[in-house]
Design a protein around this ligand. Structure first.
Ligand code: ADP
Length: 449
């Protein structure tokens, strides 16, 4: 099924856009402030210079000089203010507004000039509606000369920068989109070229290591399962073939009339036994493959393991009495939420083995009860035991410690595999303790529900 997946390119583009937007806005703001300050200091230098020239001119030719200034178109407004703040002269303003006669004693730059010889200020002019820069200088006669000029406000500086920044933004966005496309293609290419059969052989980004390790693990698991299947099929064929060959052999001899009537029951018995073995084998295979496919109806119920074990022991009693094996049950009723049929098979197989691999007159003791870790079924026998080196392997399919011995006792080699799979399905643990010649203890520990 195709899932709705996000695109890496889109993700890269998105983050690039965010970075770009932040960078552009920040640099726009910083640039505007820098430019504004620079403009202001240029204006300041210019007006200071201009004021000094005018002062020199006044010193040489008197205040009439100012009258002449009206003749020229200048962008600078020149004002002469008396000590009391009254305006002695005010040039034509660059914006065309009327000259003022208002008292200027309160203006900051004028006050500073009167006190310290010079003063400056940037103010928003109410009449012009623009920022003005004022520079005032004390003249020799005690009056104050003031020059002023329109200063670019921060907003207008920013506005002036806008076309440049806008063009830059468009270009950078286009560039970022192209870069993202190229970068994505470049990043993705080696990923698409990965060799998934040999994931660890790839020389690719280290960030992909966890994924490649996971794929490698999966590959190995798949391979192991496939090998197990192959081996299992081979084993099954072999296991089926042996009894079938015997049956066919006995039947052939009987068909050819080579069996004396007296021996007939013996031959029929052998055919019957082999056929029974086949049936048990096929039943076990069916159970295992059901567990394998997990196609068991997972209907869990609260099972009283004690009652179930008691019932299993009574089912096994004919087999046990045949070998004169005594079976004992102790413990207490304990409930476990599981699949009854599988729990039955697990306990049955372990108990049956304890009888099967026991000696004449042996004993099997079963304990069922609750422990701190959860319910436990423990089956001990004083039978033939399992040598250490086989203990790990007895849960494998068709694994028998002594093949002929097992067959002779009706074993298929699948019983403990069924136990293992049942335990896996229930999250239970199986523990084996055994000593050859002394006996075996198999414990099934079910996790607390
Ligand atoms: P089988 O059908 O041969 O009994 P299992 O899978 O049940 O197969 O057991 C595998 C092998 O483990 C048996 O063939 C037997 O050799 C050994 N085994 C299992 N249970 C016992 C036991 N209680 N005592 C001694 N050997 C045992």
């Amino acid at each position: 099924m195709k899932k709705n997946r996000t695109s890496i390119r889109w993700k890269i583009q998105k983050s690039m856009m965010v970075i770009l937007a932040v960078t552009l806005v920040l640099s726009y703001a910083i640039l505007s402030v820098i430019l504004y300050n620079r403009n202001l200091s240029l204006l300041q230098a210019e007006l200071t210079q201009e004021a000094k020239y005018i002062r020199t001119a006044i010193n040489i030719s008197g205040t009439e000089y100012l009258e002449q200034m009206d003749m020229v178109e200048v962008e600078t407004r020149v004002t002469q203010i008396d000590v009391d703040g009254s305006v002695l002269y005010d040039s034509r303003r660059p914006d065309g507004t009327e000259s003022t006669t208002e008292n200027h004693a309160g203006r900051k730059e004028v006050k500073d000039a009167l006190a310290k010889g010079s003063g400056e200020d940037v103010r928003r002019s109410a009449t012009v509606g623009k920022d003005m820069y004022y520079y005032a200088l004390l003249l020799e006669d005690g009056s104050v000369l003031r020059v002023s000029k329109v200063a670019d406000s921060l907003v207008s500086t920013a506005m002036a920068l806008f076309p440049v920044m806008g063009t830059l933004a468009v270009l950078m966005v286009l560039f970022a989109l192209l870069l993202a496309r190229w970068q994505t293609a470049r990043l993705i290419k080696p990923i698409n070229a990965l060799d998934l059969e040999q994931p660890l052989e790839n020389e690719v980004y280290e960030e992909l290591n966890p994924l490649l390790v996971a794929i490698d693990k999966q590959n190995k698991e798949k391979e192991a399962v496939s090998n197990m299947r192959k081996e299992f099929s081979a084993n099954v064929s072999h296991e089926l073939k042996t009894p079938l060959t015997s049956i066919s052999g006995y039947a052939e001899i009987m068909k050819n009339g080579m069996v004396r009537p007296d021996d007939m029951p013996l031959f029929s018995e052998r055919i019957y036994k082999e056929a029974r073995r086949l049936i048990t084998l096929v039943e076990d295979i069916i159970k295992l493959s059901k567990l394998d496919e997990e196609s068991v109806e997972l209907e869990k119920e609260d099972v009283n393991l004690y009652d179930l074990t008691r019932e299993i022991i009574s089912r096994l009693s004919p087999q046990a009495s045949q070998k004169d094996v005594r079976m004992e049950l102790s413990g207490e009723p304990v409930y476990y939420n599981g699949i009854r049929q599988i729990l039955d098979e697990m306990i049955y197989n372990v108990c049956e083995n304890a009888v099967k691999y026991n000696n004449e007159g042996g004993r099997v003791t079963v304990w069922v009860g609750n422990t701190l870790d959860g319910p436990k079924v423990s089956v001990s026998d004083n039978g033939i035991g399992i040598p250490k080196e086989h203990q790990e392997r007895i849960f494998e399919r068709f694994y028998r410690v002594d093949k002929s011995h097992s067959k002779e006792r009706g074993g298929t080699g699948l019983g403990l595999s069924i136990v293992k799979h049942g335990a896996l399905l229930h999250g239970a643990k199986v523990n084996v303790e055994s000593e050859p010649g002394k006996g075996t203890k198999i414990e099934m520990m079910f996790a607390k529900g």
